[in-house]
Design a protein around this ligand. Structure first.
Ligand SMILES: [Mg+2]
Length: 268
């Protein structure tokens, strides 16, 4: 297998585990923004552990303080069994408390911005790069493969994390969240393919992502039909997601130790 021209990587749950930061930020946003009576008598360790385990449910910032509330309020397992059930339960939880997704999302962004501005060292220390990721990215800087991070996180946060991990990772291209309406990752991948002169089906582009929904949406695009898609088995997905991948299907399961191996040995 020839290594690709473009290796596109999601960031959270692929390059970096930000769950300690997610929980801290979500907790503080919940305390700041949830209408009284907020259920904030304490912060049991069990809530942090369940929050981390349920991270695959979450896509957007506003869902994070809402998940803290759901755990404190003892919302049943049925509502937390998968992303579909969670998104169905979420509006009722917000309506009962008289709070909106916009309010929760703004609170979350404010907590994160203020924490980063006040003490970026502590903020950075609440993240961990997955083993082998930084080394492989650095070695690919000296190869014909162009590594690009495609993420819904703001670019400046990703840049700070990369540079703090290894100074040379400052050279990596980062496509972060842009102001305004979110742009689907599949659109960004197609743009990258155009910019590097790839063909109409984007063969020569590989994409590693931990959210199966995003890979499914990418797999449906005719103009990305040649791209190779990998589900990161170490990221924020569930055994159920991983079991859904069919052998010989469009999306391959990539185990963490394989990421650091030469690209021409990655699974089909
Ligand atoms: Mg991710």
């Amino acid at each position: 297998m020839t290594p690709p021209r473009i290796l596109a990587l999601d960031f959270d749950g692929v390059v970096c585990d930000g769950r300690p930061e997610y929980f801290e930020t979500a907790w503080q946003a919940y305390v700041a923004a949830w209408p009284p009576p907020a259920l904030t008598t304490g912060r049991p360790d069990a809530i942090a552990a369940r929050f981390s385990a349920l991270r695959p449910l979450i896509e957007s910032g506003w869902e994070m303080p809402l998940l803290v509330h759901a755990l404190l309020a003892g919302v049943g397992d049925d509502a937390l069994k998968d992303r579909h059930a969670w998104l169905k339960a979420a509006p009722g939880l917000m309506k009962a408390a008289g709070v909106s997704a916009e309010t929760l999302g703004r609170a979350l962004n404010r907590v994160r911005d203020e924490w980063f501005a006040r003490d970026s060292g502590s903020w950075l220390a609440h993240h961990r790069f997955y083993p082998g990721l930084a080394g492989q990215m650095v070695s690919l800087l000296d190869s014909p493969t162009h590594v690009v991070i495609v993420t819904t996180k703001a670019e400046r946060f990703v840049r700070s994390l990369l540079t703090a991990e290894r100074p040379r990772l400052a050279e990596i291209t980062v496509i972060g969240r842009e102001p305004g309406k979110p742009v689907p990752k599949s659109d960004i991948l197609r743009r990258l393919a155009d910019r590097d002169g790839l063909g109409p089906d984007a063969a020569d582009l590989w994409f590693v992502e931990d959210m199966l929904e995003t890979l499914d949406a990418t797999a449906e695009r005719a103009d990305l039909a040649g791209a190779r898609l990998f589900l990161a088995d170490w990221g924020y997905n569930t055994p159920y997601d991983r079991a859904r991948l069919k052998s010989g299907g469009r999306i391959a399961l990539l185990p963490l130790p394989r990421f650091a191996t030469p690209l021409d040995t990655w699974p089909d």
